[in-house]
Design a protein around this ligand. Sequence first.
Ligand code: HEM
Length: 114
Amino acid sequence: MSCHNGRDIGGQTFQKPGAKKAAPDGKDVGRMAVTGDTADRLMFKVPSLRNVEKTGPYFHTGKVATVQEAVRLMGEFQLDRKLDDHQIAEIVAWLKTLTGEIPADYIRQPDLPQ
Ligand code: HEM
């Protein structure tokens, strides 16, 4: 889980979803849309895993409803590992230990571009 490291268990770096196995290519070019730098193509922020059981739905698409499915997809695309139900349950049990006070500014309605 080297990407989700540091005090906030992630939240500081950008990575390509599909580091080990190509993820389905969506229309969203990721950070390149902001920087214009082709090196940032398909790079997305590695989210903090603090309170992750409470902050679904998941991924930049918001298309993944459960944290179990998010973990399964992380194993498949970031680690090229097929995690079984027991492994997913153990990782989710650990992720639930990261639940605490949710900073208000973390869940505040974002100022969306007009
Ligand atoms: C077992 C190991 C891992 C677990 C349990 C895990 C867990 C998660 C979870 C739960 C999310 C969704 C968070 C959210 O949407 O709020 C996520 C997103 C993400 N993770 Fe991981 N992760 C793991 C390994 C990795 C690795 C190795 C990398 C980097 C190579 C990585 C990079 C990312 C990125 C870039 C996202 C955002 C994807 C997007 O928005 O489309 N993760 N991870």
